[in-house]
Design a protein around this ligand. Sequence first.
Ligand code: S3P
Length: 164
Amino acid sequence: MIVLLGYMGCGKSTIGKLLASRTGLQFIDFDEFIEKKEGKSITAIFKQHGEVYFRKKEHQYLNELLNSAPEAVISLGGGTPCFGNNMQLLLDSKAKVVYLKAKIDTLTQRLLKEKEQRPLIKDIPDTELEEFIRKHLFERNYFYLQAPVKIEVDTLTAEEVVDQ
Ligand code: S3P
């Protein structure tokens, strides 16, 4: 099992799909896994039940997934490692945990184009997005940086990240 983590927009899903096809492993997008289990989109979960409910479900399904230990490449949600004991669960599992590390500028450029489907940033004005990401990433790096493997993705193509 290979688990990819990192901030929204770092390329977890794109890299995960490529890595899965290259290794012949199954690909699991954890956001999609939650959406299937809950029968609604992440946006709808946030809207109808709020973030606390989402985090509770995220924790529950992470446990479920790690216990079933599929031979798979798993792309987590950006916040997954940062709540409850999720990062410890990941580190205690047999998964190879990889942080796709991207610079604030890279993330801002990408997320300016993809705000809508992301409930945490969709209402932040474009002019304030970079400052939001700076603070948010500073908090989240406490968790992300515990990953034993870190790949700086800014100047690499998706293929090159998969090579590493
Ligand atoms: C979140 C990231 C999203 C999704 C949810 C919350 C976060 O996943 O899980 O909107 O807290 O960073 P992506 O990183 O795939 O956008």
